[in-house]
Design a protein around this ligand. Sequence first.
Ligand code: BG6
Ligand code: MG
Length: 218
Amino acid sequence: MNQPILGVIFDLDGVIVSTDNCHYLAWKRMADEEGIPFDRTINERLRGVSRMESLSIILEKATKDYTEAEKQEMATRKNGYYVELIQSLTCGDLLEGAGDALALLRNKGIKIAIGSSSRNTPIILKQIGLEDSFDAVADGNAITRSKPDPEVFLLAAKSLGLAPANCLVVEDADAGVEAALAGGMRVLGVGGAAANSNATFAAESLAAANFDTILTNQ
Ligand code: BG6
Ligand code: MG
């Protein structure tokens, strides 16, 4: 018999808000400046992956070696471009069904949290007007190991005061699905992770997810 789901931990990028294109444009600008080939197919591999690990993936196509200091500079430069772009995010950039899902869970007395690798989580939540909407926020600023390590989700569960077995994670990245399972949580795969056969539940988007069924058919 499964434990009841008492808390839902949402990934942010690609689950609550559409920042994919901002990440892509910022990395693309940096990669073009360096003459490193980068396209949307490579960008898909960066989903859920930390900033420095994303850079390592991009550098697979580089024709020269970069020093640690150069890598730090490139990541910082990309982040500057990214932060510029996310200044124009608004609540209109919430992904379809995100607002309704949060309201429904709140009504049912389910605790809600963010579990994101992004160190820009506070800026993004403020831009989309959700800075006071979660019972806990665990993000890239508070962790040392990024997904697929479960650290960020375990921290979110702990902040909610819940055992992992009582938490459901919502993820769009395969690395996040792995992280949730490694942390002993169930996971709803949406978007890019809807096809992940390891996910406990799947839905094309939050709009298509039936939380009534998920919460009762545990
Ligand atoms: C994740 C994104 O949420 O955050 C990744 O899916 C991104 O694409 C990662 O690299 C880190 O984000 P940031 O904002 O700290 O550079
Ligand atoms: Mg994501």
